[in-house]
Design a protein around this ligand. Structure first.
Ligand SMILES: [Fe+2]
Length: 250
């Protein structure tokens, strides 16, 4: 890229800096239903977190409790009951925020069974958020992507930048993109919150235009404080300017 183009690009970034994440409109990844996973512990805490997300510019939240057969045995019914409670509390506090729910599915045989039984909580038209082990490469990945697509779902991989076993083999990311998986990156990854390798990887995913969704993955107030420091992060701003993110369409 030429010198003048570079200056122009930088100027464009500065001109478009918002003081918040209002360009995203919708957050697609958080743990705000109290007491059902490692996120919010009470309805009061959920309300504080929702107010925090509102102060960052969000208008809508699709919250995504963990469904993991070993640790968080949540199901569709439990999540929807929790969602209703949360929506009522938001209304009671007169907070102008739309709240919806899906789930963050851990890739295990339980997830595979749920897909086959069509007991999946999706968001948007047909998107399904799923995560992988942080410690070992997933064995069921190809099969589950195939199962999801066969049932008409759009697989959305949560925080691909956080899987350390792929940091040095970028071809894995490329293969997933080729299969039609879309990537949801975490805001915190851009700050180095999850370490320098994660920050480097999320930068590379952004450079390749492989990030379709940004998620806060909010669990507690420390996350909200962290996001305040990221409002003018240049890589995030670049993603917003490029306008390829799907958040605002949900
Ligand atoms: Fe999460």
């Amino acid at each position: 890229m030429g010198f003048l183009q570079n200056i122009f690009k930088k100027k464009k970034i500065i001109e478009h800096v918002h003081e918040d994440f209002s360009g995203l409109i919708t957050d697609v990844h958080s743990h705000l239903i109290p007491g059902i996973d490692d996120g919010s512990k009470s309805l009061d805490e959920s309300i504080s977190l929702i107010l925090g997300l509102q102060s960052l510019g969000y208008k809508k939240i699709i919250t995504t409790p963990h469904i993991m057969s070993d640790y968080y045995r949540n199901d569709k019914e439990g999540i929807l009951t929790g969602l209703k409670r949360l929506q009522e509390a938001v209304k009671l506090h007169k907070i102008d925020m739309e709240i919806d729910a899906a789930a963050e599915y851990y890739l295990d045989t339980h997830f595979e069974e749920l897909i086959k039984k069509k007991e999946i909580l999706s968001f948007g038209k047909n998107m399904v958020l799923f995560e992988l082990s942080f410690f070992e490469e997933p064995k069921l990945l190809d099969q589950i992507i195939f199962d999801l697509q066969l049932e008409g779902y759009q697989p959305v991989l949560a925080h691909p930048e956080r899987y350390a076993y792929w940091h040095r083999s970028f071809s894995h990311y490329e293969k997933l993109i080729d299969k039609g998986v879309i990537f949801q990156a975490n805001l915190g990854s851009f700050s180095g919150n999850y370490g320098p390798e994660v920050m480097k990887t999320v930068g590379k995913l952004a450079e390749n235009n492989w990030i379709s969704l940004l998620g806060s993955d909010t669990h507690h107030m420390m996350h909200i404080q962290l996001f305040r420091t990221l409002k003018t992060n240049q890589v995030i701003q670049r993603l917003l300017i490029d306008n390829n993110l799907l958040n605002s369409k949900l």
